[in-house]
Design a protein. Structure first.
Lengths: 340, 391
């Protein structure tokens, strides 16, 4: 359907169950898992039967054959975002060993079997030194292009505690991918725990917004000028409103954060990229076109199927684009961002 | 840098299926507005200010309105809230430097100065008082209820009665639905009290059932519920823990408002209380359209979880929510502000506010960055508030 080849920046490869990781766990943790009846991280970001988790005919945890058959047909390169939330395991050493096991599993079951795929390094980001060690373990493997972090964390990602992760990512020229979900223990809203899944889902966009504010206002992009961050599965139509608000805040309050030297929206445009699913689009395409123009979206968006998750069709966006814009969003932006 | 999306081509392809532009997308070059030069609006309409802050001049004044038992309690134990989330403000009391009375009492505690700097200076017809004094954030709920009642009696005696231009908020101990309902019942039929006042950072999302008795009382008296910027309910200001800086706390408040709207709509509050109205104060409004787009999309996929939501969230929002204008997001280009008003489609629900005496005060002639037609100016500056509050 498309004359150029796509780079799909969001395909999910989920660990089917803990036993899939047994071959890659050290003896100590293998025995511990068996004895304790531990089943794996308890983050419930994608309950298996919920309509957003899998589209018709897809598995909530697709295997390689399914991804090859249903996603990779018109895709030059596909980027895997594994959402195995080792961060929700409080035992940091176990979390670190699980991360290593997941990454080994990704290499053996995905990267070594399909050359069109790239993957994201799963890290115990609640322990930044251990996470940095994990990045160093895999950082020179050509199949890994990104470090994946859940958008919900114990502290916002601009906090200096995460610097070891960013140093390691830059050491290996890897991008950072912030992805829907996570289970850090505190509530997903500034006002406590909501009752319904739909509130968690709709509210996740606010946590992405908080992370953008933090990365910019806590100076992460001044400390790490080459840091590049993909916001994955958090929408993007909110970006103009956030740019306007934080630029205005900065005008009044920049003496509060002297190391934020440029307008916040400039950092956002320079360092951030956004996957296009979910679209969260206005019903009126004219309004969507205005949003795209307001934030200069043609340089910021990355094509993504978000397979197997199910959202409104992205064609609503793609149909608005000129051939040049389409080429950027389909592949050129990703090629530059991920060094492909 | 930005692309030129061809709006005409989009319309010609027949893609515009539902026009939500509401007249705001009409070609209007706004030649009078130069980028960088701040537009000044004519002051040719009535002005109702929906967000004025008053404070007790001293804690002794507060205590004089408390019953003796609570006077002693307050003297001994003070106020005990959800502490541990303090970001030092940019300015003392977050106030304009010129708003401090000569006697050293806090900004917003002196009626003659407030009259001079705000009501007389800008010819404000009616001003709504939103005292942020902490009654609702007391962990001792019984003391919170006494504190709320004292604040309401103080507003009546020292503000409403001396100046007929002022209206008050019913202060409630919002973490207890029954106690809050009792306070709304006490003041709900008094014409001087126009809404019940909550703060954005409650302990739980406001759609939760523990708050419902308060909503029932509000409906009984047809009193809107106002949610104001700020507060501390125990949870971090982000869904991802505590940030470091005041700018993140201040700039992060729209995320808190979004969480409250998502909760109120998806937890079925408007199914239970079809006449309930909310006023969002000092939260900005550019975040509203993208939030509604996401909520509508989520509801189409996940609506089976919330069968009590029987129409699109965006429609519920436009029927049940009013929004104050300060602090307004500032788009890069003036025409983008017009686009924003089109996306918002909330012409009957925007309420002008100054936020006196705070540092980010909006003056009536400089609040809007673009010229608005006279009819919209009338609505935003006064008539929407007049209709909402029956003023």
């Amino acid at each position: 359907m498309s004359e150029h080849t796509r780079i799909d920046c969001d395909i999910h490869n989920e660990v089917p169950d803990l036993e899939a990781l047994y071959p890659y766990l050290p003896d100590h943790w293998l025995a511990y898992c068996r004895e304790s009846a531990f089943n794996g991280p308890d983050a419930a970001d994608y309950p298996e039967s919920v309509p957003t988790t899998a589209r018709d005919g897809s598995s909530p945890k697709p295997d390689l054959a399914e991804v090859q058959a249903r996603v990779l047909d018109d895709v030059e390169i596909g980027i895997l975002n594994c959402a195995y939330r080792v961060q929700s395991v409080r035992n940091e050493d176990l979390a670190a060993s699980l991360a290593t096991a997941v990454n080994q599993w990704q290499v053996e079951h995905w990267l070594e079997k399909e050359t069109r795929l790239r993957a994201s390094i799963v890290v115990p980001s609640h322990s930044p030194p251990l996470a940095a060690r994990e990045i160093d373990r895999w950082g020179d493997h050509p199949g890994f292009v990104q470090v994946i972090l859940p958008v919900r964390a114990e502290a916002p990602y601009g906090n200096r505690r995460y610097d070891p992760i960013y140093e390691a990512a830059i050491r290996h020229d890897l991008a950072l991918g912030i992805n829907y979900g996570g289970a850090p223990g505190h509530p997903p809203t500034p006002t406590g725990w909501p009752s319904y899944f739909i509130e968690d889902y709709a509210g996740m966009a606010q946590i992405f917004q908080s992370q953008v504010i933090s990365l910019v206002c806590e100076g992460a992009f001044e400390r790490f000028p080459s840091l590049r961050v993909a916001l994955i599965e958090g929408g993007f139509t909110w970006l103009p409103s956030l740019m306007w608000r934080i630029d205005k805040e900065w005008k009044g309050l920049r003496h509060n954060t002297p190391y934020v030297r440029r307008r916040p929206s400039e950092y956002m445009r320079t360092h951030l990229r956004f996957t296009i699913q979910p679209l969260d689009a206005p019903p009126n395409p004219l309004h969507l076109a205005q949003i795209l123009e307001q934030c200069g979206a043609e340089d910021l968006l990355l094509y993504a199927s978000d397979y197997p998750h199910s959202h409104d069709s992205q064609d609503f966006l793609l149909d608005l684009l000129t051939a040049d814009q389409r080429e950027k969003i389909d592949s050129a932006n990703a090629r530059t961002f991920y060094r492909l | 840098m930005t692309a030129q999306f061809d709006s005409t081509a989009i319309a010609e392809r027949g893609a515009v299926t539902k026009d939500r532009t509401n007249g705001h997308d009409a070609a209007d070059p706004d030649a009078s507005v130069q980028q960088g030069a701040r537009y000044r609006a004519p002051l040719d309409t009535a002005i109702i200010d929906t967000d004025i802050h008053i404070y007790f001049p001293t804690q002794d004044v507060l205590r004089s309105y408390l019953e003796p038992h609570w006077q002693e309690y307050h003297q001994t134990f003070g106020q005990r809230g959800y502490d541990g989330s303090h970001f030092p403000r940019a300015m003392p009391n977050a106030a304009r430097h010129d708003a401090w009375p000569d006697d050293g009492t806090p900004p917003g505690s002196n009626l003659p100065l407030l009259q001079k700097q705000l009501l007389d200076e800008w010819n404000i017809e009616i001003g709504v008082l939103n005292p942020l004094v902490g009654a609702g954030e007391q962990r001792n709920l019984a003391f919170g209820a006494a504190f709320a009642r004292a604040t309401n009696e103080w507003q009546l005696a020292e503000w409403l009665e001396p100046d007929p231009r002022l209206r008050a908020s019913i202060i409630v101990p919002w973490e207890d639905g029954e106690l809050s309902a009792a306070e709304i019942d006490r003041w709900g039929s008094h014409p001087g009290f126009v809404h019940a006042l909550l703060i954005a950072r409650t302990k739980e999302p406001l759609g939760r059932r523990k708050y419902w008795p308060m909503y029932e009382a509000a409906c009984r008296h047809d009193v809107p519920i106002a949610i104001h910027f700020g507060g501390a309910g125990g949870a971090p200001i982000t869904g991802s823990g505590f940030p470091n800086h005041y700018i993140e706390d201040h700039g992060g408040m729209p995320q808190t408002f979004q969480a409250q709207v998502i909760s109120l709509i998806f937890e079925g509050v408007f199914h239970q209380f079809p006449t309930l109205k909310f006023v969002l104060i000092e939260g900005g409004f550019a975040w509203i359209p993208p939030m509604l787009w996401r909520m509508d999309s989520a509801w189409r996929k996940l609506g089976s979880e919330v069968p009590h939501v029987t129409e699109p969230p965006s429609e519920l929002f436009r029927r049940h929510f009013w929004v104050s204008t300060q602090p307004m997001e500032e788009p890069f280009q003036p025409e983008q502000f017009r686009q924003l008003l089109g996306h918002l489609d909330l012409d009957d629900n925007l309420l002008f506010a100054t936020d006196y005496p705070h540092w980010d005060f909006d003056s009536p002639d400089r609040a809007f960055p673009i010229p608005l037609d006279k009819e919209r100016r009338r609505k935003f500056m006064a008539e929407n508030a007049r209709a909402l509050y029956n003023l």
